[in-house]
Design a protein around this ligand. Structure first.
Ligand code: T1G
Length: 704
């Protein structure tokens, strides 16, 4: 958009109305801040204007700085335009509908009054991008709502609802007027003569108590440090909040400015920006018109009340979508419903859900025992036992009963979508909706296209996933699809390194130091060792050269399936999820190693990290080569949201570029010589390495 059109100024009823417009979310493009500064000057110079309103066009206030411009010099910063708003001699009212985020909220904080609609969402999400608010947010927010509430908002980066914002004092008024602009003009007229102007930068009342209570700040700082884990930005934000409490406004502002500049070009911020755009890119299907708007899924069914089925049903209920859960056996259904109730009760106990809200969500989940009862649902997600014959039977039934136009989805984690599609007379309506355990917690929904899946089905499945609060990315159908297929080699190496002398606790420690919240063995204990057991048996039967994983196979055969059986890679005390290393596992490892004649040796941390992640980088390249993902960045999104890959490292392929494709390729070739065919280098990896290119820019071959 032409910068001249980004900011409109007009006078209405003696009020200067400044409207910013940059669709879709009014991100702060170059020219916008200048336009605001100019409008404030005009209004102040015009004797017929008594007050100002700052408002966004198109249902949003301002969603912050334009993230694409980060890392480049800005002629005029949010700090500058905020300063001009703050200093205006005539009162300025921010009129907030939709998003007021980052630099957007900072503009609103620099105004003298804030009026919002029920749709307003206010926040400072900068730390999620590896930076801190840089337009005075760390100084004004604590002065307006107190340091504790400010630290909560700034360090979490979350959005506050209009109700919460009103409660906190972030909004002065919540209006239910249908015309926000008119309401804001009326409000501006009503406060036009109030002097002195209530400038947030001059307020001292909300920080006075904290200034006199260093112990409070100390405990706040500790709590932020605990939550920050591997991130720098939350700690820097906290330092600025402390300055807001202890120092004059201008000094705090200077500190904020310095810290902001240091963070903006650091690796953490670059990786987090990449992740932001990778997520949005993943929502796009190449060659499919952006304008197509799929019908939302308003009612859903889940087949199977096991752990996955229950988790998916909870995710629907959490999103406000009514769901029927079908299980033919009465006993299994009762058990499944009981588990669902327990999951909600645990949340109530933790305080993250009120008992009334729990009942509302439970009421959205209806248990049924026959297929006819789900016939009218918009979508069905099959989550039964991972066996081809059972899946075929289920899809045959669904084809008979489901209304025309319903999307038929499978939560299978490995079986070819075409197998299920072939059991129906509507293969174009069949796709995968692969959730990750626990399905009500993990954000990823891998949407899997079979060879006949229509674009309309894919789009509707993606919309369903988004409406469930999930991040979706598309994979082609193949064993393991894109997410698990690219992760399997890493899991294989974790197991084989055990045979060579590494221990689960050591490997988990390395991966946690890298930034994972849990190590791969602890995660495997949660998802269940038995989940991959069947797949391995299938692969071994199909491929005589398949390298068997004796250690996990034996553990499963001993009944050690993970947390659900009280033991897996670790031992668990009843009612406790803390993993304890178990000598029984060491004995199994020693027995397998001696049977195979493998000598034991020690591993250093870098070798562990590289062996695990290079194996997966190589496989991810093969996924792209085979056309089973559209883009390398989609695989990164899958790793971030399906496997807890540390976000500040961008994603698997983004991280790989920080090591270098060439170095990875050389190492993969070396391990290929040493360990054999499972390390066969990907041609794509070789090509990117030879060209000195970036893996993150790689795209998938066009085909399924
Ligand atoms: N910059 C550039 N593009 C943006 C953008 C932004 N801030 N926000 C959204 N977009 C694009 C996005 O890429 C997508 O484009 C389209 O808008 C719709 O977004 C000084 C320095 C507002 C909650 O962190 O969190 O201000 O893919 O699909 O689900 O302190 O976008 O269609 O081409 O996400 O309805 C702070 C980031 C910056 C807000 C809307 N601001 N945005 O979610 O739609 S730091 C943010 C969001 C800052 C100051 C500092 C979300 C949203 P395309 P969408 P949505």
């Amino acid at each position: 958009m032409n910068p001249a059109q980004l900011v409109r100024y007009e006078v209405a009823d003696g009020v200067g109305v400044v409207t910013v417009e940059n669709p879709p979310v009014n991100a702060l493009a170059p020219g916008m801040r200048e336009g605001v500064i100019e409008a404030v000057a005009r209004a102040n110079a015009d004797p017929d204007v008594r007050a100002l309103v700052l408002i966004g066009a198109g249902g949003n206030f301002i969603a912050g700085a334009d993230i694409r411009q980060f890392g480049t010099a800005r002629a005029v910063s949010t700090r500058d335009s905020a300063k001009v708003l703050d200093a205006s001699e005539k009162p300025v009212v921010a009129a907030i509908d939709g998003y007021a985020l980052g630099g957007g909220l900072e503009h609103a904080l620099a105004c003298h009054y804030r009026i919002g609609t029920a749709r307003a969402k206010l926040g400072l999400p900068e730390v999620t991008l590896g930076i801190i608010p840089g337009g005075g947010g760390t100084q004004r927010l604590p002065r307006l709502i107190g340091p504790e509430a400010a630290a909560d908002l700034i360090v979490s980066g979350r959005h506050a609802s209009a109700d919460e914002a009103l409660r906190l004092g972030l909004l002065d008024v919540l209006t239910d007027a249908s015309d926000l602009r008119a309401a804001a003009i009326r409000y501006a007229r009503s406060v036009a003569d109030v002097r002195p102007l209530p400038r947030v930068s001059e307020r001292g009342d909300r920080i006075a108590a904290a200034a006199a209570d260093p112990a409070m700040l100390e405990s706040l700082r500790k709590s932020v440090a605990r939550k920050a884990r591997h991130l720098k930005a939350p700690l820097e934000a906290m330092a600025c909040i402390e300055a807001a409490v202890q120092r004059p406004f201008d000094e705090g502002l200077l500190l904020e400015q310095r810290r902001f500049a240091e963070l903006e070009n650091a690796d953490e911020a670059k990786a987090l920006r990449y992740a932001f755009f990778a997520e949005r890119q993943a929502a796009k299907i190449p060659g499919v018109d952006k304008g197509q708007t799929p019908q939302p899924v308003r009612s859903a069914a889940v087949i199977g009340a096991g752990t996955m089925g229950g988790g998916i049903a909870i995710a629907f209920a959490d999103a406000g979508i009514p769901v029927k859960i079908l299980e033919v056996s009465e006993e299994a259904l009762t058990r499944g419903m009981q588990r669902i109730r327990e999951t909600f009760e645990a949340r109530v106990k933790r305080g993250s859900l009120s008992p009334a809200e729990m009942e509302k969500r439970l009421a959205r989940i209806q248990s049924v025992r026959d297929y006819e009862s789900i016939a009218d649902c918009d979508a069905v997600v099959e989550a039964v036992f991972e066996r081809i014959d059972i899946k075929q039977q289920v899809f045959g039934r669904l084809d008979t009963v489901m209304k025309p136009g319903a999307v038929l989805l499978t939560n299978s984690s490995a079986i070819d979508i075409d197998v299920m599609a072939a059991a129906t007379r509507r293969p174009e309506d069949v796709a995968g909706a692969h959730f990750f355990a626990p399905a009500n917690v993990m954000k990823l929904c891998e949407v899997v296209r079979g060879s006949s899946t229509s674009a309309a089905t894919l789009l509707r499945a993606m919309k369903m996933g988004r409406d469930m609060g999930k991040i979706c990315a598309i994979a082609g159908s193949c064993d393991g699809f894109a997410a698990n297929r690219s992760r399997t080699p890493m899991m294989t190496e974790t197991m084989l390194m055990l045979e060579e002398g590494a221990r689960p606790a050591q490997i988990d420690k390395v991966m946690m130091a890298f930034g994972y919240p849990l190590g791969p063995f602890a995660v495997n204990d949660i998802s269940g060792l038995d989940v991959s057991y069947e797949g391995r048996k299938r692969r071994a039967a199909a491929d005589p050269g398949y390298r068997k994983l004796h250690v996990p196979d034996r553990l499963v055969e001993m009944g050690r399936k993970g947390q659900k059986t009280g033991a897996g890679w670790y031992r668990y005390e009843p009612g406790d999820r803390a993993p304890h290393p178990d000598p029984v596992v060491d004995e199994v490892i020693a027995a397998v190693a001696s049977e195979l004649g493998i000598a034991q040796r020690s591993f250093d941390d870098e070798e562990i990290l590289h062996r695990l992640l290079f194996a997966s980088v190589n496989e991810a390249c093969k996924v792209l080569e085979d056309g089973k993902a559209y883009r390398a960045s989609d695989i990164d999104v899958m790793w971030l949201h399906g496997f807890g890959f540390p976000r500040h490292r961008g994603g698997l392929m983004y991280w790989a570029d920080t090591v270098g494709a060439d170095r990875i390729h050389r190492q993969v070739c070396e391990w290929h010589e040493k360990y054999g065919r499972r390390w066969a280098p990907s041609a794509l990896l070789g090509a990117v390495a030879a060209a000195g290119g970036r893996l993150r820019d790689a795209t998938g071959k066009e085909s399924t």
